[in-house]
Design a protein around this ligand. Sequence first.
Ligand SMILES: NC(=O)c1ccc[n+]([C@@H]2O[C@H](COP(=O)([O-])OP(=O)(O)OC[C@H]3O[C@@H](n4cnc5c(N)ncnc54)[C@H](O)[C@@H]3O)[C@@H](O)[C@H]2O)c1
Length: 442
Amino acid sequence: MQAERVQTVKTEFPRNADDPLRVAVVGAGSRAMNYSAFALREPSLMKVVAVAEPDEYRRVKAAQEHSIPETCCFASVQEMMARHPDFDAVINGTMDADHVPTSLPILQAGYNLLLEKPISLNKKDLFQLYDAARQYGNKVMICHVLRYAPFYVEIKKRILAGDIGEVISLQTEENVSYHHLAAAYIRGKWNNSDVCGSKILMAKCCHDLDILTWLKSGIAPRYISSFGGLKQFRAERAPAGSGQRCLADCQIESNCPYSARKHYLDSGLWPKYAWRSIEQLEDKDSEVVKTKSLCSDNPFGRCVWHCDNNVEDHQCVMIEFEDGTTAVHTLNGGTAKPCRVIHVIGTRGEIYGITEDQCLMVRHPDPRKGHEFSEEKVLIPEAAEEHGGGDCRLVADFVRTMKGQQPSVSCTELADSIYGHLIGFAAEEAMRDRKVVEISKI
Ligand SMILES: NC(=O)c1ccc[n+]([C@@H]2O[C@H](COP(=O)([O-])OP(=O)(O)OC[C@H]3O[C@@H](n4cnc5c(N)ncnc54)[C@H](O)[C@@H]3O)[C@@H](O)[C@H]2O)c1
């Protein structure tokens, strides 16, 4: 990173408060295009006007979807910044290892940024980005979509309102289902930390660690311990009769819960991951083409016991905050049912909820004879949507914040996201070295 500011081309917003925010997309993959879809639904609020994406098929597709002129389509961030087309802010949806290198030129040029999580692969890069944003005065929001899910917003509001008194203990669970674990962390692109850069805790539970620090906002996490490992999905545990590929040489495919045929062909699960390697083919939707790819070189056709995965399939993290509050997060990989669970205990009451149940329970002690406790059931219908309905709300808040309007209670400014990441990196160190790691106050 260059020490001095090289140029400032940022356009101050609003030129006109009613104009849509004009956004450049960096990395036109599945996440960035998901956020970009907001521009198609709300054209008066946001417009995608430029794209930087090395993959020609994806670049052209993004350009077509958002009517981006060819002069504003680039194969790299460097090319985009050199030509500086006219835009107000950037959405960076590149993969984990590309976040910092692709964001620094954007920050140096003075643009504000919506950046996918995890911010970086390690603490050093995290602070490099943080320092750059402070040096160049950029607003950086991190895609902690869960903070925008009404389920978690309700918990935050209850805590802020003092409904359960002072928070003294938190427990969260993320239950990653067997088919999700297989698609992302056994066969998929976050399966090997030597290739992807992230371990599963940061790739998957970055949001949960962020939720814990957000709910304890203003109080720093201090000590971290963690245990976990890759127990189940190892070659030596492969069942008798299994092969290298489900559709090619497996004798137990019809009885296997991890069958690629059942997940990707029969049930159509995780299509954005499973069919990535054939997405540019004209006949990509043909069952024959899909089957052939699973039989040959598609990584999603591999047996889950014979992949190149090295990330954990279960891990727990313990946290002590500087005020003595404790928190425990557990990542359970390979569960039958996907869901997140949270239990927050305060000095005057508690909140308990399971996202898939679409409700929260707010309980208070009630020592009257025959009562024991009172219970309020708060219905949250949006909790069943992907990320609890957070994706769209996050982009709307990004647009508001970029226009200088009042951000929401969920706003994910960079400084607020640092501690969640520090917990994640400390937990990886604690698990690896079997020790308690202390986090320095920032
Ligand atoms: N917020 C969430 O809940 C959530 C959920 C899933 C994934 N993610 C994160 O989102 C990120 C993107 O995931 P995805 O599934 O969309 O990935 P993806 O692979 O679909 O998209 C990444 C895109 O970046 C492009 N790219 C690679 N190098 C680039 C460069 N130097 N400059 C510009 N573009 C480049 C790739 O060609 C690809 O199209 C990951 O970091 C992932 O961890 C976040």
